[in-house]
Design a protein around this ligand. Structure first.
Ligand SMILES: Nc1nc2c(ncn2[C@@H]2O[C@H](COP(=O)(O)OP(=O)(O)OP(=O)(O)O)[C@@H](O)[C@H]2O)c(=O)[nH]1
Ligand SMILES: [K+]
Ligand SMILES: [Mg+2]
Length: 403
């Protein structure tokens, strides 16, 4: 019997042979669905087809407000970059904690155990996942240096699957590229991540897919669509043994988008292409790189543009800083509470600082907080305090005192 790997290869070959046109669209859709199913099979730890590390990532405790993973081919400079970022920005980095008066004990513990990844000219210098932490604009950002991956990583080559499984747990991925290596490397790494269900710099498909008991496949679209027709949609659904469903597109979705929705478990993640070793290229080449979307050229070794990179990471993480203001004191601008921009209601804020606090609020929980808002928490007694919302010069106060 053909292995899963062989089946995947056969389908990929057939897709490459098949000309793309209206007549073959539904057949290609079917092949894509088959491929997605086989890839999932490969990733499930229980199946025999994949071998290797299954869907398990490295065992590194998540810490801080956000996690950023460095992914790339061997020897592109991932470890150099991590060392420089956590070393150069010492006022933001681990040293900060040692000087800071209120070092959370678990951070101290992880600092004492801290290792710096080894840098060397040979490939596969880093064989495990090495975490580092920086503090940037008050946010604790965990950086993960990951072993180099090679083509075929998602299918079990090298430590690739472990690397990509770990990448799935990140809030942002840095694909590190070598400025003097072929540009095709970018596409190869993207393919490896995509094969593992990671979608880069992409919003979740804006389409609804609702299974039902009867009525067949009902396909509607609110916009003109160029990729999907009823035949293709039916072919994809039949591959998943779905015979009754309502599908509504609100944009020009592709067969892959529909498959992503049916498969579920896709992760939509911001990604920055960090082109390293720009000390090796000409100014003209650098100017071209600088204009490409999502690119950030750096030289880790010479520490060029590392501040630019951090700024971009900050932008892509899209975090919201909320300062707290103890009663009768100035807001604490040193140690903000960090929220994701997608989860930043007062309720989310309370949940972050204390689960119990949530019970004490009755009002204002739905209010969305803005970056650099100040929140004053005034607690009184233990009983059901409720809140009055005051917004004053961009300062948000929850005045609970009068209750
Ligand atoms: N010229 C130049 N060389 C660099 C730069 N950054 C890293 N290097 C060199 O590239 C080589 C590989 O660096 P590493 O940091 O070990 O690369 P890596 O991606 O962690 O490699 P693996 O762990 O093996 O996957 C080393 O010889 C570094 O000195 C840079 O900005 N410019
Ligand atoms: K190396
Ligand atoms: Mg390394």
């Amino acid at each position: 019997m053909a292995t899963v790997m062989q089946k995947i290869k056969d389908i990929e070959d057939e897709m490459a042979r098949t000309q793309k046109n209206k007549a073959t669209a539904h057949h290609l859709g079917l092949l894509k669905a088959k491929l997605a199913k086989l890839r999932r099979e490969l990733l499930e730890p229980s199946t025999k087809g994949g071998g290797g590390a299954g869907g398990q990532g490295f065992d590194v405790t998540k810490s801080g407000d956000a996690r950023v993973g460095l992914v790339g081919f061997p020897s592109v400079g991932k470890s150099t970059l991590l060392n420089k970022l956590t070393g150069t920005f010492s006022e933001f980095s681990v040293n900060y904690y040692i000087k800071a008066p209120m070092v959370p004990p678990h951070y101290l513990k992880c600092l004492q155990k801290r290792r710096f990844p080894k840098v060397a000219s040979y490939e596969f210098t880093t064989l495990t996942c090495i975490p580092g932490v920086i503090v940037y604009r008050g946010a604790k950002i965990q950086l993960l240096d990951l072993p180099g991956i090679i083509e075929g990583a998602k299918d079990g080559k090298g430590r690739g699957r472990q690397v990509i499984s770990t990448a799935r747990t990140c809030n942002c991925i840095l694909i590190v590229l070598d400025a003097i290596k072929p540009i095709t490397h970018k596409r190869l790494i993207e393919k490896e991540l995509e094969g593992f269900g990671i979608r880069l710099n992409k919003e979740p498909p804006n389409l609804t897919f609702r299974k039902k008991d009867k009525g067949g496949i009902n396909f509607t679209s609110t916009v003109a669509n160029t990729h999907l027709d009823l035949d293709t949609v039916k072919a994809i659904c039949s591959e998943y043994r779905i015979h009754n469903a309502d599908i509504t597109l609100r944009y020009d979705a592709s067969a892959d988008d529909l498959i992503d929705v049916i498969e579920g478990s896709r992760i939509y993640m911001p990604c920055i292409y960090v082109v390293n070793k720009i000390d090796q290229i000409t100014l003209e080449e650098l100017e071209i790189l600088d204009k490409l979307p999502h690119y950030c050229p750096v030289s880790a070794h010479l520490e060029w543009n590392l501040d630019g990179l951090l700024e971009k990471v900050w932008e892509y993480l899209d975090l919201t800083r909320i300062y707290t203001k103890p009663k009768g004191m100035n807001p604490d601008y040193e140690d903000p509470v960090i929220l994701s921009s997608k989860k930043r209601t007062v309720e989310d804020f309370c949940e972050r600082i204390h689960k119990d606090m949530l019970k004490q609020f009755k009002y204002a929980l739905e209010h969305e907080l803005e970056d650099e808002d100040v929140v004053q928490i005034i607690k009184k007694g233990f009983c059901g305090v409720s809140g009055d919302l005051l917004v004053h010069n961009g300062v948000v106060c929850y005045n609970l005192e009068k209750f």
